[in-house]
Write a protein that binds this ligand. Sequence first.
Ligand code: SAM
Length: 330
Amino acid sequence: MIDPFGRKISYLRVSVTDRCDFRCVYCMAEDMTFLPKAEILTLEELDRLCSAFVRLGVRKLRLTGGEPLVRKNIMSLVRALSRHLATGALDELTLTTNGSQLARHAAELAACGVRRVNVSIDTRDPAKFAEITRWGRLDQVEAGLAAARAAGLAIKINAVALKGVNEHEIDDLVAWCGDEGFDLTLIEVMPMGDIGAENRLDQYLPLSLVRARLAERWTLEEIDYRTGGPARYVRVKETGGRIGFITPLTHNFCESCNRVRLTCTGTLYMCLGQDDAADLRAPLRRSESDELLDAAIAEAISRKPKGHDFIIDRRHTAPAVARHMSVTGG
Ligand code: SAM
């Protein structure tokens, strides 16, 4: 699959549910309305869709959400998709999780061929963690991390940089990740979805600033390391650990974008920061053969836009797109 700008599409991110057991203040409003069950693809349909993408050239699949591990029976999808690892059609099957259910699932994930997971933790202060996630408990996530480590999964911590909230703890996160052998990715907050009373401008902390501050304490060495994502990495000389910077606001990397995003209703978004989307559920359900589906995927890829244009400043505090991050899973 090659898009109109010559970019090869080899990475599919799949939001398997829009539901989550946390309500992170930058991600969701507290009183979210979730999709009715009838709208949502079954796990068998998700498997068929993902498998079509693998057949068409996707080499990396990431399950996300909402919270992927709160979807009932999600491990049956992971087990089913792992067949593509076994045949060599897929290089990587992974997931992004808040870690709350990882203690239950880490061993089976590893057994299915998952090699690494991204776990989102913005702070290591239990009270602040509860404040940011509204409903989350840090000790539960830490138990998940311990289980993931015991299962042999490599762990990358995702942290959204939030002005006045965790901005003075990022040093601690760097030290902790260094000690634990975790990679760390820092993310700029993106203007997606109405999040209630919270104001994006109050949350937004440019990573250019964070990086400059980190450089006062740590020696940050430029490295070529890539995971197929938009993060640009440095090595922290003192800890040996890596820090990735995802900077959709201060510097986007759309020119090397290799991904598309599928929602749990079978809607394909060709760009995280644009509204254009393609419905794959109708062609999926219309026929048992994949011809209509393949044609709809090809048509969607031919419409992949050049990039997004997120802006957060005094004149732009409204969402750039109406949907929340939980719809497409970041
Ligand atoms: N529940 C899983 C988790 O917590 O990682 C997966 C879904 S969550 C939407 C994926 C990632 O998106 C998390 O790291 C989360 O912090 C991040 N995220 C959510 N809303 C965001 C926003 N508006 N801007 C930047 N990152 C956001």
